[in-house]
Design a protein around this ligand. Structure first.
Ligand SMILES: O=c1ccn([C@H]2C[C@H](O)[C@@H](COP(=O)(O)O)O2)c(=O)[nH]1
Ligand SMILES: [Zn+2]
Length: 161
C-alpha cells in the first residue's frame, strides 16, 4: 500500500483536457477546436486551436459561416491540428499521437499523415457525414493511422486559480 491518490486523471483525460483547454482560446463563435500532440512516451510536444493566421486580426476578418465565400471564416481560419503541427519547433513528429476536439477534416488529415503522426484521438465527430470527413477517414485508413474515439469519463474538471 503506497497511499497514493486514487482519483488522478488518466493520460487520455490529461491530453484531451489540454486539447479542450487550448480550444477555449479560439474566437470561433460556433466551433472551438483544440489539439494536443503527444510523443509515444507521453510528453506533450505541441498544441493549437482554430484561429486566423498571424497578422489577420480577429476583429477584421469574418467569423460568419454563411455568405459569399470570402465573407465567411472558412478561407481564412487555420485549423487546430495544422496549428499544432506548425507550432512544433522540435523536429520530427514521426509516431506521435494527436488529441483533438473535433474529427480532423481532409486538409488536416493530409497534414497529420505527412507529418508522420500515427494516432488520432478525437472527442467529437459531428461532421461524420460530410465529404471532408469521409475523405479524411479514407486517407487515414489508407495511411494506417489509428483512429480512437475518446471515451468521455463524465469527470468534471474545475480549474481554479
Ligand atoms: O479539422 C478541422 C475542422 C474544422 N476546424 C475548425 C474550422 C472552423 O473554425 C471550425 C468549424 O466551424 P463550423 O462553424 O462548425 O463549420 O472548426 C478545425 O480546427 N479542424
Ligand atoms: Zn482541418
Amino acid at each position: 500500500m503506497s497511499g497514493k491518490r486514487q482519483d488522478y486523471i488518466s493520460w487520455d483525460e490529461y491530453f484531451m483536457g489540454v486539447a479542450l483547454l487550448s480550444g477555449m482560446r479560439s474566437k470561433d463563435p460556433n466551433t472551438q477546436v483544440g489539439a494536443c500532440i503527444v510523443s509515444q512516451d507521453n510528453k506533450i510536444l505541441s498544441m493549437g486551436y482554430n484561429g486566423f493566421p498571424k497578422g489577420c486580426e480577429d476583429d477584421e476578418f469574418p467569423w460568419e459561416r454563411d455568405g459569399d465565400a470570402n465573407e465567411t471564416k472558412y478561407p481564412f481560419v487555420t485549423h487546430a491540428e495544422l496549428n499544432a503541427i506548425l507550432n512544433y519547433r522540435g523536429g520530427s513528429l514521426e509516431g506521435a499521437k494527436i488529441y483533438v476536439a473535433l474529427f480532423p477534416c481532409n486538409e488536416c488529415a493530409k497534414a497529420i499523415i505527412q507529418a508522420g503522426l500515427k494516432t488520432v484521438v478525437y472527442a467529437c465527430d459531428k461532421y461524420a457525414d460530410t465529404a471532408a470527413t469521409l475523405a479524411s477517414k479514407r486517407m487515414f485508413r489508407a495511411a494506417g493511422v489509428e483512429l480512437v474515439e475518446y471515451l468521455h469519463t463524465g469527470r468534471e474538471i474545475t480549474l481554479e486559480v
